[in-house]
Design a protein. Structure first.
Length: 417
């Protein structure tokens, strides 16, 4: 006898799953979320950089120039870190990532993904307002800082590339940068201010607030292992700590763990993982930051968060379940100390998150190709916090037969055959 029967079970309570659940609920569906932690935002959605990147256009691509590849391969590019012992396992995925990163693809992906990125911020604002969580959002944008003339030239080139996409940005000289962020050191030669994106002082708290809204509206968040998902006579069933849940439809929103459920159902999507770390620090004296600052030449970000200044790293290429390593953070921390007067570490160990990445750096949003009542919403790479709410809208529109607010075809699972 099932514990309960709902219209939809959403597997995964990160930003992507919670957002899909809220949008389905708003369309009259009874919804339960199942997560193995029994809580929202217990993995990657908890500890990210907190930028709602409305300005995002171009995907993070695999380097294509020989010199850049060599630097990355030798772990000499601080923006990424390779765990060599993982290479035999992750090489096939890296190869697909390399192939998908051609200059032509980069432009095609930018054009295909832009409508989703551009619609992200209003969706967050609507959730945050309804959840009473607007205080967690800031409107000061974020700054990409450069240290050298080479960095400045790269920033100017990027702005030119972004111009046709209507992205608002302003180049800052040293004095303008100092006026906005007076505690950055002289190492910061200038920057680019992206004013449009909102940022959050606590991404985990933001997602938990959205999940609380889902509960207030009658939704249930249950503790359970999504790998127990099985087909039933009229849909799906999944085991939870409170008993078996039956659902007419199921949504896989398990981020980096989505394949754990999909492989047994016969789907082999090329889902890779770019891992990333964070550490919180105090600040010396009265030093403070007003917004996230990306050190462009080193690829880490310093963000003012409720727990202190959060340093987030770029990509670590490792197996999803490899033990955490402090190598990448240890390499970046001294560099960060030359940019801003960081004080003591506030955690004993770095936090580890897993960005779920498909080779083309676009999510899958839509129906599963071979199961009528199975839906997919995963692979949100570097932008899951940004894209979760809008992806949830798009998915819910497809599931309920509404006219989609934007063309869902670029995000179809069918692109992987
Ligand atoms: C260092 C770092 C910085 C980042 N900065 C940003 C940023 O500034 N802006 C941005 O937009 N994005 C950023 N991202 C990316 C973003 O955090 C992710 O894309 C996003 O959190 C993915 O959300 P998700 O809901 O798909 O996955 P997750 O948040 O990882 O959630 C997956 C959920 O599935 C659950 N789960 C797993 N296995 C099972 C199972 N067997 N049964 C039940 N439940 C299970 C987990 O408990 C978890 O709750 C960053 C990522 C990292 C690592």
């Amino acid at each position: 006898m099932p514990l309960a029967k709902v219209d939809v079970v959403v597997l995964g309570a990160g930003i992507v799953g919670v957002s899909a659940a809220l949008h389905l609920q708003a369309r009259g569906r009874s919804v339960a979320i199942v997560d193995r932690s029994g809580a929202a935002a217990s993995e990657t959605s908890y500890g990210n950089t907190g930028i709602i990147q409305a300005e995002a256009v171009f995907p993070y691509t695999f380097p294509r120039k020989l010199g850049e590849i060599a630097l990355a391969a030798l772990n000499r590019d601080p923006r990424a870190h390779i765990r060599y012992s993982a290479l035999p396992s992750i090489a096939p995925w890296l190869w697909r990532y390399f192939l998908a990163s051609s200059p032509q693809n980069r432009i095609a992906i930018a054009n295909a993904a832009r409508p989703l990125n551009a619609a992200a911020l209003p969706e967050h604002r609507a959730f945050a307002k309804a959840a009473g969580a607007e205080a967690l959002l800031r409107d000061e944008g974020w700054i990409k800082v450069y240290r050298s003339e080479r960095g400045r030239q790269a920033a100017l080139a990027e702005i030119e590339e972004l111009r046709p996409f209507g992205v608002a940005s302003r180049v800052l000289d040293r004095a303008e940068l100092a006026a906005m962020e007076p505690h950055l050191t002289e190492a910061a030669a200038g920057g680019v201010h992206f004013s449009e994106p909102a940022t959050t002082s606590d991404p985990g708290a933001l997602v938990k607030a959205y999940a609380a809204l889902f509960r207030e509206r009658g939704g249930r968040l249950l503790n359970g292992d999504a790998r127990t998902l099985t087909t039933a006579a009229d849909g799906w069933s999944v085991a939870t700590a409170e008993g078996t849940l039956a659902a007419r439809e199921a949504v896989v929103a398990l981020g980096a763990w989505s394949s754990d459920v999909l492989v047994p159902l016969g789907y082999r999507f090329p889902l890779g993982v770019k891992r990333g770390y964070h550490m919180h620090y105090g600040a010396k004296g009265d030093a403070a930051l007003s917004r996230p600052v990306l050190d462009a030449e080193y690829g880490y970000v310093l963000t003012p968060m409720t727990r202190g200044i959060r340093l987030t790293t770029g990509a670590e290429f490792a197996r999803r379940d490899d033990k955490p390593s402090s190598a990448h953070l240890d390499r970046l921390e001294p560099v960060a100390r030359t940019l801003f007067p960081l004080a003591e570490r506030r955690q004993s160990e770095p936090w580890l998150g897993r960005r779920p990445c498909l080779p083309d750096m676009m999510p899958i949003i839509g129906p599963a190709p071979r199961h009528k009542s199975l839906w997919l919403d995963f692979g949100h790479h570097h932008l899951g916090l940004t894209l979760g709410p809008m992806s949830g809208r798009l998915l819910a529109e497809m599931m309920t037969g509404e006219k989609p607010s934007l063309d869902p075809r670029p995000f179809s699972a069918a692109r992987f055959g």
